[in-house]
Design a protein around this ligand. Structure first.
Ligand code: PMP
Length: 457
């Protein structure tokens, strides 16, 4: 089983298995764990399915990492990448030069995000970069306006905002923080509207939203509004376990931020481009953020790329201002191959009207998961209901909500895989985020595989 890729001949599968997990340090796991329990080696993909080194082919219930919205066989995106590599494989957008494709992309994005009140793009190389860009520009915004004291950031507990120092500082999950402290000073976390577990023991989503909003108001009063630069928030919390807030929540956060002169950044690295069944998380909740951090599906996972979109407040302060020099940017900001991929993705995303299918298949998966919850006590909570973002929180005891042990959660995942679907276990949560082009049959395959997984646990 030798494969030729360009001039490189890939080693056979025994070689790859022998070295699996040892020479590469993997994100989000320990080198020892990946050496002891080597990761599944994925060697191919087509449609919404992935194939491993042993030829086992399964539906990808994870959609890469919430990013392969259009599946693995999206020919227009592949063609765009291949053609752009021939025409212009790289040129920078730093001061003095730019490239034609990134101009065209900024034009298309400004049309796409017009309903969100966003009209300018700052390009990045991925989600963590997009978060970092928005945090840095939020501070600069206030300095340019003469409010240099506004440096702090607010965010939600359970939120995930990538792993750069700024993003890790606003993250609301200790797993991504403690080992890397001290983080950025001046970051404060508000309770998330997480109905299943919250410090208020409130089970009604609307009442809980109100309590979290009050906590936000209290924190602003405690810190002093004049010290806070921005609030960053996922419209639906993703990696923290798919936590959709009550619909009253996001608009009220926007009101509070507006009242206190605090910028609102929506972290839409997962939610932009259709995943929630709306074109963006902002549109889902009817809000208009000052900045929106996007990445992932912007290139369908085929090229590392991201964009931060800017609202009117940012334009008012940064444009026509000779002092507003942006001392920030990446070698790959506006990368022509990424921009070409993004242009093709945006066109396909709109042509296929992916939010519509995301909503329909999302309902099917969500209801299927709720039916599994009737059957298996190990499922303590099912969350989702907005497009193709669903999580099942696993417990070892429903009454006490004691989280599941890692080995049992792993069994569910492994048996589901043997039965035809890749699903993702993250802590106690089993997360589903398949491609948005999923068919009804594919969704059924995922549910049947999960059924087998839970039966074995
Ligand atoms: N923000 C959110 C909401 C995310 O889900 C992620 C990635 N899962 C990031 C930021 C970081 O993106 P990346 O991994 O591309 O740096």
């Amino acid at each position: 089983t030798f494969k030729r890729i360009g001039t490189h001949i890939m080693k056979d599968s025994n070689f790859l298995k022998e070295h699996n997990g040892r020479l590469m340090w993997h994100p989000m796991t320990s080198p020892k764990d990946s050496a002891d329990a080597p990761p599944t080696i994925i060697t191919g993909a087509d449609g919404v399915s992935i194939t491993d080194i042993d030829g086992h082919r399964v539906v990808d219930g994870v959609g890469g990492l919430w990013n392969v919205n259009l599946g693995y066989s999206c020919q227009p995106v592949k063609d765009a990448i291949a053609q752009q590599l021939d025409i212009l494989p790289y040129y920078s957008t730093f001061r003095g030069t730019t490239n034609d494709v990134s101009i065209e992309l900024s034009y298309e994005l400004s049309k796409f995000f017009a309903p969100d009140g966003l009209s300018r793009a700052f390009f990045t190389s991925g989600g963590s970069d997009s978060v970092e860009t928005s945090l840095r520009l939020a501070r600069q915004y206030h300095k340019l306006r003469g409010e240099a004291g506004r440096t702090k950031f607010l965010s939600l507990k359970k939120g995930y905002h990538g792993t750069h120092i700024g993003g890790a500082s606003v993250n609301g999950n200790a797993n991504f923080r403690t080992a890397y402290e001290p983080l950025l000073p001046g970051c404060f976390h508000i309770p998330a509207p997480y109905t299943y577990r919250n410090p208020f023991n409130e089970t009604d989503p609307e009442a809980l939203a109100q309590l979290c909003l009050q906590a936000l108001e209290d924190e602003i009063a405690f810190q002093g509004a004049g010290t806070i630069a921005a609030m960053i928030m996922e419209p639906i919390l993703g990696a923290g376990g798919v936590i959709p807030p009550h619909p009253s929540f996001a608009p009220a956060v926007q009101d509070i931020c507006n009242r206190h002169g605090i910028l609102l950044i929506t972290d839409e690295v997962i939610t932009a481009y259709g995943r929630t069944g709306a074109w963006s998380g902002a549109r889902l909740w009817g809000i208009q953020p000052d900045m929106m951090a996007t990445a992932k599906a912007i290139t369908n996972g085929y090229f590392p790329f991201g964009a931060v979109m800017m609202g009117q407040r940012m334009l008012d302060v940064f444009e026509d201002n000779p002092n507003a020099k942006i001392g920030h940017g990446y070698t790959y900001s506006g990368h022509p191959v990424g921009a070409a991929a993004a242009l093709a993705c945006l066109a396909e995303t709109q042509r296929l009207n992916v939010p519509q299918n995301a909503a329909a298949r999302g309902t099917q998966l969500y209801e299927g998961c709720r039916a599994l919850m009737e059957k298996y006590d190990i499922i303590g909570d099912v969350r989702g209901g907005y497009g193709l973002m669903t999580a099942m929180e696993m417990v070892s005891d429903r009454a006490t909500k004691k989280p599941i042990d890692a080995a049992t959660a792993q069994t569910v995942q492994e048996v589901a895989y043997q039965n035809g679907a890749m699903v993702r276990v993250s802590g106690p949560n089993l997360i589903l985020s398949p491609p948005l082009i999923l068919s009804e049959t594919d969704a059924t395959t995922i549910l049947t595989a999960l059924d087998a997984g839970f039966a074995a646990a």
